[in-house]
Design a protein around this ligand. Sequence first.
Ligand SMILES: NC(=O)c1ccc[n+]([C@@H]2O[C@H](COP(=O)([O-])OP(=O)(O)OC[C@H]3O[C@@H](n4cnc5c(N)ncnc54)[C@H](OP(=O)(O)O)[C@@H]3O)[C@@H](O)[C@H]2O)c1
Length: 241
Amino acid sequence: MPKTALLFGLSEGGISQALADQLLDKNHRIYAVSRNACSYKNDHPNLNCLDMDFSNRGWVTPTVGWIRKNVSSIDMFVHMSATSTDANSDCPLELTDDWRNDFEVNVFPVVELLSACNDLFRPGSRIVVCSSNGATRGTKRRRFTYAAAKSALNGLVKGSAVQLARKGITINAVSPSQTLTKRVMQKNRLSTDEEAVNKLPLSRYAKSEEVSKLIYYLLTDSPEYLTGQIIDIDGGTALNY
Ligand SMILES: NC(=O)c1ccc[n+]([C@@H]2O[C@H](COP(=O)([O-])OP(=O)(O)OC[C@H]3O[C@@H](n4cnc5c(N)ncnc54)[C@H](OP(=O)(O)O)[C@@H]3O)[C@@H](O)[C@H]2O)c1
């Protein structure tokens, strides 16, 4: 049966696009919010988009209004929005705007939306947030605010799972290692050095579709008993040291 998905963060060539393709293939309806969400398949009848920037607090009222106008119940809620810039400072103990921006975009929308749309969730609704294995393994020096924000998401999943379970709702985080997405490749984030790649257990980075398949599973077929988990998808990388 077609279901309704709210997708925060939709961009071409990202994990979100792979997920949107899977959901649309199965005739699910998507309501997507992102800075440039409307540029992706904007003529698809099951895809409704709203362009919005989460780094500016002005997004809350119009976004919640748009959701409430269009959606009477939420079956799937996915949060993928994430900053992709390096911090301006080398020093994690300096309160720069990066701290605020990374929490504004990566964390607060989840709390804000789950709270404002609380009454639209039903028994059987599924929530998935996209974390990162940088939250537990650490990241390169200038990504510490990003890693801290992803850790906050992990805490949110653990902290809310029991309350949501009482209502028949699951919440989980997917925690990918480096994944070949358009943005990551544009920013040259992944080393192409053969030696570095060969150190990975599968001798390659993750594909977007591999991560989105896991998210899709958690949104559809996974058992209700699977909740409150941070699920690594890293090809065994964390075990390889
Ligand atoms: N790729 C990796 O190696 C990797 C590894 C671990 C975790 N992850 C996580 O996986 C998720 C998807 O990653 P991806 O690589 O597919 O990245 P992506 O395409 O960059 O996805 C990030 C999304 O966040 C949106 N976004 C960024 N800033 C925003 C803002 N200020 N307001 C509203 N939306 C904003 C982007 O929208 P715009 O297109 O409009 O900018 C984009 O749709 C992210 O949560 C990321 O942290 C990725």
